[in-house]
Write a protein that binds this ligand. Structure first.
Ligand code: SAM
Length: 312
């Protein structure tokens, strides 16, 4: 049975244009989702091109397998993009990739399907794993995490001002019985939250934080970025879409660090170009008026583009 849940891709043309170079080249889509970006890229590529796509989510993989059956240029890989180096090494593709795109975070089908346990809008089992066959569910994580670590996660990953109060309320409930439903967690957070923001569910920040912790999203991005740079050939392009400031900051800082090159003391007698910069920042894009009107999710999307330098 096909899933009724759809994903509207963001910054589609901009991302494809950003990575496209040789139409018979080798490309990577680090986050296949439902394949919006992969399909758009394949539509511009020639018959000898190759596109490898990654996803953690078994449902994304099923969608990718269908595309793989239709298009010999395409391969779907069930792995985290943090395993990019290993997968490309096995295929002898390191240093040979023309373009890599990543559209970070969760897909609409993951959020909309209550049974995946990401949603505070619809009740479901409290899971939140992108790959439900790996790692621990949000329900189990809330049992094992300490109150202090939970508060830190809520503060760092959700930028939740009332992190301590909410962590205390969650751990108090968990001490009685595990929280196994998204509605229950959402009710606990709402009750503990002293200051609801207008037009925002009080559980929004806490759900985001727990999801990021359960999926180790920021660690995966930190591992992925240097691997992506190594995977590219000289002049190869990296295009990353982020949806919240924590992801975007990691991408921005990585680009800035690699564009600057070796970390030597400020007064070290060396010219900037001799610092061995490994990439050049190409630019940053956000959704235009038309896309904003069609897809509200695009409001928070930021695309950062960089090019690998030949010396890297
Ligand atoms: C925003 S969606 C991508 C949508 C896709 N660009 C499209 O147009 O259909 C993000 C996808 O990345 C996947 N994902 C998130 N983190 C991942 C990781 N570390 N490794 C592989 N896939 C990941 C999620 O499972 C989700 O399917």
């Amino acid at each position: 049975m096909t899933t009724p849940f759809v994903h509207l891709s963001v910054l589609l043309t901009e991302t494809v244009e950003a990575v496209l170079a040789d139409t018979d080249g080798i490309y990577v889509d680090a986050t296949f989702g439902r394949g919006g970006h992969s399909r758009a890229l394949l539509a511009t590529l020639g018959s000898n091109a190759r596109l490898l796509a990654f996803d953690k989510d078994p449902e994304a993989i099923s969608a990718g397998e269908k595309l793989m059956a239709e298009d010999a240029r395409f391969t779907i890989i069930h792995a985290s993009f943090a395993e990019l180096a290993q997968v490309l090494t096995e295929r002898d593709l390191v240093g040979k990739v023309d373009g890599i795109m990543a559209d970070l975070g969760v897909s609409s089908p993951q959020l909309d399907d209550a049974s995946r346990g990401f949603s505070f809008m619809n009740d479901g089992p409290l899971d939140m794993r992108m790959n439900p066959n790996q790692g621990v569910s949000a329900a189990d994580w809330l049992v094992t995490v300490s109150e202090e670590d939970l508060a830190n996660a809520l503060f760092q990953y959700g930028e939740e001002k009332f992190s301590r109060r909410i962590a205390r309320a969650i751990k108090k409930e968990v001490a009685i019985a595990p929280i196994t439903s998204t509605k229950k967690l959402s009710d606990i957070v709402a009750e503990a939250h002293p200051s609801w923001e207008r037009h925002k569910n009080p559980a929004t920040r806490s759900f985001q934080a727990i999801r990021i912790a359960v999926n180790q999203e920021l660690d995966d991005i930190k591992t992925f970025l240097p691997q992506a740079l190594t995977a590219l050939k000289p002049n190869g392009k990296l295009a990353v879409i982020s949806f919240h400031s924590l992801e975007d900051r990691l991408v921005k800082q990585f680009f800035q660090k690699e564009a600057k090159g070796d970390d030597l003391p400020r007064d070290f007698p060396i010219r900037a170009k001799d610092l061995n910069p490994r990439l050049k920042i190409v630019g940053k894009k956000s959704a235009g008026q038309e896309e904003l009107a069609q897809n509200p999710r695009s409001r928070s999307a930021h695309l950062r583009i960089a090019k690998k330098l030949s010396e890297a």
